[in-house]
Design a binder for this molecule. Structure first.
Ligand SMILES: Nc1ncnc2c1ncn2[C@@H]1O[C@H](COP(=O)(O)OP(=O)(O)O)[C@@H](O)[C@H]1O
Ligand SMILES: [Mg+2]
Ligand SMILES: [Zn+2]
Length: 368
């Protein structure tokens, strides 16, 4: 079936040798399989869930919109039941529409994995992969006797969600560094070496402490400071360094839960995201391999994110007064660029910086 979209040719799906012979003899019996690509793409945008299902949590929703708009990895910290998983599952619904080229890449990965659903010619939706924390190396990165793509590749152009992130073994989390940096993984076995793409958005979720209620207004936390620090330190280091946005997701207020959902629909959020991405595509037109703000490295910031003196001053104050880490500096500028892109502002302004500073909660937190 997949072959039908790859070319303009008619493709004849033939199930048996008998059918082949009949077909070759009189050209009957088998109908050519044509795929209406436009219809596949339209259908793909009809997700079974929507951002508007989530009540309240306006700050978290906005942070996810910013993350989607700039391709930034994001970590959500909050007590059980606050809606972290619910929010993460809805991220694909606001990511930019897949291009044909991207859809073909995703389809290829699912096809070689034997995971292409029956009667599916083209995967045109952003995928959401949520591996359990007990996942093996091979399951995550890819591998096996006949090397198969892992979750990092099945999440290509989509979302890799690490729920309860501190529960993952540290060495497993570390293994994500390379695929995140390179956008691809190479799996070597004695006989073969295969490379699969792995460009995903990482979304992490975690409780603020082992019992889950540190800082919660409605429950007492039963953990001691040592336990909390040990728990938080599990996500520190190189992986956390690649997460531009971290936010706290507090328990939903009862009045929000009791109310009718009033939030914005995914479709209209996605329109803003698409628009912000188009601006980025133009910005990075001459930069091979770069297509969203998250791809900028320190050396690119001077060129693409010049700051005026007011913004610089605000940033300096935040770093010193709030005790933000030096690594936060670059992240804040990158995320500010995305926030400015969402409103199509040419220049990064102080209000964009102020908002981006809000998305560094782990940097200024008590526990770290
Ligand atoms: N903001 C919210 N709006 C509507 N329902 C919510 C919200 N937050 C939580 N829920 C309900 O609570 C359930 C548990 O939320 P979940 O996303 O699993 O929380 P967490 O991952 O933070 O523990 C959800 O399936 C949903 O039914
Ligand atoms: Mg959860
Ligand atoms: Zn606790």
């Amino acid at each position: 079936m997949e072959a039908a979209i790859a070319t303009d040719l008619d493709v004849y799906p033939i199930g048996s040798l008998r059918e082949t012979i009949d077909f070759l003899e009189d050209g009957t019996g088998v109908k050519p399989c044509k795929i209406d690509v436009e219809q596949v793409f339209n259908q793909a945008l009809k997700y079974p869930m929507d951002f508007s299902d989530v009540k309240g949590q306006e700050t978290a929703k906005r942070a996810l919109e910013v993350a989607a708009a700039g391709g930034h990895n994001i970590l959500m910290v909050g007590p059980p039941g606050s809606g972290k998983t619910m929010l993460a599952r809805r991220l694909p619904t606001i990511l930019p529409n897949l291009t044909m080229e991207e859809a073909l890449e995703v389809t290829k990965i699912y096809s070689v994995s034997g995971l292409l659903p029956a009667n599916t010619a083209l995967i045109a939706t952003r995928q959401f992969c949520s591996p359990h924390h007990t996942i093996s190396d091979a399951g995550l990165i890819g591998g096996g006797r006949v090397p198969k793509p892992g979750q990092v590749s099945l999440a290509h152009h989509g979302v890799l969600f690490l729920d309860e992130m501190p529960e993952f073994r540290k060495d497993i989390l570390e293994m994500l560094r390379q695929p995140m940096e390179d956008g691809q993984v190479t799996i070597s076995r004695s006989m073969v070496s295969l490379t699969y793409p792995s460009q995903f958005m990482l979304v992490g979720a975690m409780n603020p402490c082992p019992c889950g209620f540190f800082g919660d207004a409605n429950h007492d936390c039963t953990c001691n400071p040592g336990q909390i620090q040990k728990y938080m330190s599990k996500v520190s280091g190189p992986l956390l360094d690649r997460i531009d946005i971290h936010i706290e997701v507090p328990a939903v207020k009862f009045k929000d839960l009791a109310a009718e959902p009033t939030g914005e629909k995914s479709d209209s959020i996605r329109e803003r995201v698409n628009h912000a991405r188009r601006i980025q595509l133009m910005r990075f037109n001459d930069e091979p391999g770069m297509f969203c703000n998250a791809h900028m490295e320190s050396k690119d910031l001077q060129k693409f994110c010049p700051l005026d003196s007011k913004s610089l001053e605000l940033l300096r104050t935040a770093i010193t007064k709030l005790g933000l880490s030096a690594r936060a500096y670059d992240r804040i500028i990158k995320v500010s660029r995305t926030i400015a892109d969402i409103e199509a502002a040419e220049q990064i302004e102080t209000r964009h910086i102020s908002e981006a500073i809000q998305y560094r909660s782990l940097d200024r937190n008590l526990w770290m």
